[in-house]
Design a binder for this molecule. Structure first.
Ligand code: NAD
Ligand code: DAU
Length: 351
């Protein structure tokens, strides 16, 4: 039986990934390690409460002793590492938290994997292949910084992060790379564009706009609204990560994106129209400091090497996402009220 450690599995992408894993690989034992920050919500995974091949462990990835104990208790074959502080605006207010979680937390995991997989620098590829162990580091296109009006991020684009969040992710990417080069740890790194879909915390642009449309509140657009993001449905991202995990090459970086560039204003207008509301709800507010102007991914390597391309057309993906939020008002309400924080205590305190 393969045992996969998913970090940050109670967050937006991590929880979608666990659902994907269970569907595609019903025999895997899935260990979900998450400390449940404000962004972690176990209600996302309520269907797994009785699954004998799923376990939740409330652990801070920065806690070396706790991670060591976990590695001693299980024979972990693979790690898919999502756990991170992920919101750019928060990183501007609290950079240190982003460094400790995203950089030092990643190092704790790398060290644990290295110790328990007992790899030596000289068996860089062969032994890792033989034993089937693998560390997938989930990173972001934000490490590349900002594009001008044209061009795309390729895997060779130099790293040029502009926010404490993206600087912390770029630092973790470099650390991951160094553990491959120096110690022979079998790593693979993914860098994806902006995700959207169910279970995204309503601090991020799309769920925030949907929530504000549903509750008749103003729609805050930073600066002139001309900033461009390249949107990908979260399930397309999860499928891509799983392909990299299974078939990607060690030591490689894979850019993930679907050529779906939109200005923030275009996107907000699409959501407004879906609710039949007026553009008068838009409020242009002060710009985010260091705000990257444009992201756009070149996903050629994913397509050519791994045969991946997104399944979702944006028009259907955004419609489905809006529908999901409309039909799950209790999910957003539990976040707004804070009641989602007590779910863990009610489910696990007696264990
Ligand atoms: P999220 O904020 O929704 O979830 C992060 C999860 O990590 C939460 O469940 C949180 O509790 C957990 N976590 C945070 N600190 C932890 C710690 N110290 N120990 C254990 N768990 C901890 O984030 P997301 O949007 O799901 O992003 C997941 C990953 O994907 C991140 O690494 C992010 O950089 C990357 N990524 C995100 C996007 C996007 O558009 N959201 C795009 C590309 C890459
Ligand atoms: O590109 C991948 C990244 O996408 C991930 O690495 C990050 O974890 C994820 O948060 C996301 O970062 P962004 O900063 O692009 O996402 P966010 O949803 O915060 O903002 C999207 C755009 O919308 C950005 O240009 C800022 C703008 N914005 C955002 C908010 C929250 C607004 O105009 N108004 C808002 O209220």
């Amino acid at each position: 039986m393969r045992t996969i450690l998913v970090t940050g599995g109670a967050g937006f992408i991590g929880s979608n990934f666990i659902k994907h894993l269970r569907e595609k690989h019903p025999t895997y034992l899935i260990l979900n390690v998450d400390v449940l920050t404000y962004a972690g919500n176990l209600e996302n995974l309520s269907e797994f409460e009785t699954d004998p091949l799923y376990e939740f462990h409330k652990i801070d990835i920065r806690n070396r002793d706790a991670m060591e104990a976990l590695f001693l208790s299980y024979k972990i074959d693979e790690i898919v590492h999502f756990a991170a502080e992920s919101h750019v605006d928060r990183s501007i207010l609290e950079p240190e938290l982003f460094l400790t979680t995203n950089v030092l937390g990643t190092q704790v995991l790398l060290d644990a994997a290295l110790r328990h997989w007992k790899l030596a620098p000289d068996d860089k590829h062969s032994r890792a292949y033989r034993e089937g162990v693998c560390f997938v580091h989930v990173s972001t296109d934000e490490v590349y910084g900002s594009l001008g009006e044209t061009g795309f991020f390729t895997e060779e684009t130099p790293l040029s992060p502009n926010s404490p969040y993206s600087a912390s992710k770029a630092s973790s990417d470099l650390l991951v790379r160094s553990y491959h080069e120096t110690y022979g740890l079998p790593v693979k790194t993914t860098r994806c564009s902006n995700n959207y879909g169910p279970y995204q915390f309503p601090e991020k642009l799309i769920p925030l706009m949907i929530h504000n449309c549903m509750t008749n509140q103003p729609l805050p657009v930073y600066g002139d609204g001309g900033h461009v993001r390249d949107w990908l449905h979260v399930r397309d991202h999860c499928e891509a990560i799983d392909l990299v995990r299974e078939n990607g090459r060690f030591g490689e970086v894979y850019n993930i994106g679907g050529h779906n560039e939109k200005t923030n204003l275009e996107l907000v207008r699409t959501i407004i129209q879906a609710f039949g509301l007026s553009e008068d709800q838009i409020r242009f507010v002060s710009d985010r400091p260091g705000h990257d102007r444009r992201y756009a991914i070149d996903p050629t390597k994913m397509r050519m090497e791994l045969g991946w391309s997104p399944r979702y057309r944006f028009e259907e993906g955004i419609e489905e996402t809006i529908e999901w939020y409309k039909t799950h008002p209790e999910w957003v309400e539990s976040i707004v009220s804070g009641s989602y924080r007590s779910y863990y205590e009610s489910m696990y305190s007696s264990l």
